[in-house]
Design a protein around this ligand. Structure first.
Ligand SMILES: CC(C)(COP(=O)(O)OP(=O)(O)OC[C@H]1O[C@@H](n2cnc3c(N)ncnc32)[C@H](O)[C@@H]1OP(=O)(O)O)[C@@H](O)C(=O)NCCC(=O)NCCS
Ligand SMILES: [Zn+2]
Length: 330
């Protein structure tokens, strides 16, 4: 599982070796943390597939000894949802309803209602763009507020972040990060309730100081050649510089120098039914344009960095930032 190296979760994984998919305890850990919104078993599709064999292994072990019958009952009701990837106990009302709520948030997003609007002014919510058009023609709006907001909006943000962290198998953002971050939300009118809007995208934008430049594909190939050479030959001539491997599976390497970079994106999320409508890109552009008052930032110029991205995040990073987006450690 070398690909499970996202910065989002790698630290937690290092400190929790039992989350290895080849061992059985993950389900226990996951269920214990399910309602807490802390780091969790990875509901990303990539890792969902690794969970299936895990429960299969347990199922097989039960066949070899009747003594473990209680084990088989436990594992047979544990289900990993193929949509959101979350594992939960089938038949346990609490687990089932928590899963249903999470699954719906991952697919369709949460609501932004009257209650939030009522507090918007007091909470310092700014409307960044009033009529932001999606690819499907629908219009929405982009709002922004501080990530350490309290009250009703703070509670809503906490659930949203919990959903995002679960979906990305990321640890919660620290208070320190939240203090230096802004939230950008993309809202579209609700189809079912005229007084409500749907949150169809979220970007957390964080003030950072440095980040690394992503290596060009040609440099990455050289690095791979060098790695292969060192595998074969124990006394290689060292290159003038080495690249930092961010994700070897996708071939994401960086130059190790930490360069001044003002804006970091530690979380980026669009519910699944609203993807590929340009929402993430628009939110990122809104964040780059407004994060520092009076000083628009340019991703092409290296002003913006992502934490180690997912596959989809990497694609957006390339498409939106045209190779100029950097990488930083959360
Ligand atoms: C990644 C994510 C935020 C993208 O949101 P989105 O609103 O669908 O992104 P956009 O519509 O702005 O995509 C812009 C471009 O990025 C590329 N892109 C986006 N998602 C992609 C995907 N899954 N596969 C390949 N390319 C993709 C495409 O080039 C796309 O342009 P196109 O639709 O015209 O081809 C969304 O898929 C998501 O929330 N995924 C789960 C959470 C996650 O992985 N977050 C990223 C953490 S780093
Ligand atoms: Zn689900």
């Amino acid at each position: 599982m070398s690909k499970v190296k996202r910065t989002y979760s790698s630290r937690s994984r290092l400190s929790h070796p039992s989350s290895s998919p080849s061992s059985s305890p993950p389900s226990t850990t996951k269920r214990k943390r399910f309602g807490e919104g802390a780091e969790n078993e990875p509901p990303t599709k990539k890792r969902t597939t690794t969970k299936t064999p895990s429960s299969g292994t347990l199922a097989k072990s039960k066949q070899s000894g009747l003594r473990q019958l209680h084990f088989s009952i436990e594992t047979s009701v544990l289900r990993a949802c193929t949509i959101c990837g979350l594992s939960y106990t089938r038949g346990a009302p609490d687990d089932e309803s928590l899963h249903r709520a999470h699954c719906s948030r991952v697919q369709r997003g949460m609501e932004w209602g009257r209650e939030e609007e009522r507090e918007a002014e007091k909470a310092g919510v700014n409307e960044i763009q009033a009529a932001a058009k999606l690819k499907n023609g629908k219009k929405g709006r982009i709002i922004c507020f501080k990530a350490n907001v309290g009250g009703r909006i703070g509670s809503k943000l906490a659930i949203l972040l919990e959903t995002i962290n679960l979906a990305l198998s990321s640890p919660p953002l620290s208070n320190e990060i939240l203090q230096s971050s802004k939230v950008y939300l993309y809202l579209i009118p609700s189809l079912t309730n005229a007084h409500r809007e749907k949150i169809v995208g979220c970007v957390i934008a964080q003030r950072i100081s440095t980040a690394m430049i992503v290596a060009a594909p040609s440099e990455t190939l050289l690095e791979r050649d060098f790695n292969q050479a060192t595998d074969r030959d124990s006394t290689p001539s060292s290159p003038t510089h080495r690249l930092v491997a961010v994700d070897t599976t996708s071939g994401l390497f960086c130059h190790p120098q930490a360069l001044p970079t003002p804006l970091g994106i530690p979380r980026l999320f669009v519910p699944s039914v609203h993807r590929r409508q340009g929402i993430a890109s628009r939110l990122l552009s809104a964040a780059a344009a407004t994060f520092i008052h009076g000083c628009p930032l340019d991703p092409l110029n290296g002003d913006v960095a992502f934490t180690q991205p997912t596959e989809g995040g990497h694609a957006v990073m390339q498409n939106w930032g045209r190779g100029g987006v950097r990488i930083y450690e959360e």
